[in-house]
Design a protein around this ligand. Structure first.
Ligand code: NAP
Length: 400
């Protein structure tokens, strides 16, 4: 795991004076759209796996999203952020963000408020899951995406607004940059500090897990001073802090035991991920590249319903399904809860509850091997039997 857990003292004591296991409080944002569907299916699986492995988690709902707005008038109450900080490790369902207007993303707000600077997404195929590629078993990639900067910083202004117009004027006058009159404009900040801490986390993880290579994914040919700098800072950090343990691809010798540092331009990386995924093990990249590439990789292992994720900062972590609120399926008990279940397993690994995490993954494998899947996988392979979201959760729980 990328970072070890330093749980809050109030989250820690495993045994009470009476010899009972004290509950380990884990806040949960259930989320909008299909959030309640997947949580209903996932919670019993997570509880059973943890309890049968000697742990006693207690999931406590904290408000965020539409439900929080109805109850408190705020989409993201300050107390929710406080609880996430205090408890250090939490689980989160999807939260809706309107397109082209309305409020800014709550997901981005949580990541920024808690400084969860790395979005980590492991992509590994479960045998039996239908895939659009011939050899999904060749994909075993963990993606580290910078989570706080880039075009996600929320620095953009509407076409015709005073802010946009004054930025256009400033650019013309001071930067010799011609921007078409009346344009919408945005800024893409990328700092050495944030780029390096993301690459550092990815490198630490890669070395700890004895992964063979780490690839910096960037669009530095076009965006030279942002994405190009990300690449340069990545190599610089690897040399300065992990010099004896890493080697740039261009200097590696055949059979080199050191961690090989590669870099790929993002568009090429998308193609490589389809044609030669086995040559890539750990990927580190800026925010937007990571957003696109993680969904693309998820598609190769069955789709968004199968893709777990985590947002990690120093000593803080929010684990969440990669997918969004899938509003058209809301309340139908239909979607795949595996993404959240696997995010729960990922969380347990982070907490050091490895046995519980392994049990969950094995039970999920067995469920698929028995031919039971939700609609998203059943429609890709007619031999599989479609079950509902909660039925799938029950089937996994039975196989723990
Ligand atoms: P989405 O909710 O991820 O759904 C896109 C498609 O992915 C769905 O229509 C469905 O495909 C498939 N899918 C998603 N979840 C699935 C599941 N559990 N099981 C099976 N298939 C699943 O993306 P979106 O429609 O672009 O976004 C909807 C809302 O979610 C937006 O407000 C967006 O901002 C928000 N969002 C939130 C997060 C987050 O909370 N971290 C992340 C992404 C998006 P089919 O239609 O093919 O069945």
């Amino acid at each position: 795991m990328p970072a070890s857990i330093n749980a809050d003292a109030s989250n820690k004591s495993p045994v009470s004076d009476e010899g009972e296991l004290n509950p380990f409080i884990i806040p949960v944002i259930i989320g909008d759209g299909v959030g309640p569907d997947i949580w209903r299916a996932a919670e019993p699986v997570l509880l059973k796996a943890a309890r049968s492995s000697g742990h006693n988690p207690k999931f406590v709902e904290v408000p965020a999203g539409a439900k929080a707005f109805e109850a408190t008038g705020s989409y993201l109450p300050a107390e929710t952020l406080e609880t996430l900080k205090k408890r250090r490790v939490s689980l989160k369902g999807p939260l809706a963000t309107p397109v082209g207007g309305g409020m800014r993303s709550l997901n981005v707000a949580i990541r920024q408020a808690l400084d969860l600077y790395a979005c980590i997404r492991p992509v590994k195929w479960i045998p039996g899951v239908p895939s659009p590629v011939k050899h999904p078993e060749k994909t075993d990639i963990i993606l580290f995406r910078e989570n706080t900067e880039d075009v996600y910083a929320g620095l953009e202004w509407k076409a015709g607004s005073n802010e946009a117009n004054s930025l256009i004027d400033f650019s013309r006058t001071n930067l010799n940059a011609s921007i078409r009159e009346g344009s919408a404009v945005g800024l893409k900040p990328m700092s050495e500090f944030c780029s390096k801490r993301l690459v550092r986390l990815a490198l630490e993880w890669a070395l700890k897990e004895k992964r063979p290579n780490l690839t910096l994914v960037h669009k530095g040919n076009i965006m030279k001073f942002t994405e190009g700098a990300f690449r340069a800072w990545g190599y610089e950090l690897a040399k300065a802090e992990f010099g004896a343990l890493t080697v740039p691809e261009s200097e590696a010798v055949p059979g080199d035991a050191r961690l090989i540092i590669k870099d790929r331009i993002a568009d090429n990386m998308f193609m490589q991920s389809l044609l030669r995924p086995e040559e890539y093990s750990v990927l580190a990249m800026p925010n937007l590249n990571g957003d696109y590439l993680s969904d693309c990789l998820a598609g190769q292992i069955g789709g968004l319903g199968m893709a777990p994720g985590a947002n990690i900062g120093d000593g803080l972590a929010v684990f969440e399904a990669t997918h969004g609120t899938a509003p058209k399926y809301q309340g139908q008990d239909k979607v795949n809860p595996s993404s959240l279940i696997l995010s729960g397993a990922f969380m347990m690994e982070y907490l050091g509850w490895n046995e519980a995490a392994d049990r969950i993954r094995l039970a999920l494998k067995r469920t698929v091997a028995d031919g039971l899947v939700t609609y998203d996988l059943a429609r890709q392979d007619k031999k599989l039997k479609e079950v509902g979201c909660s039925q799938f959760g029950e089937a996994v729980a039975e196989r723990l």
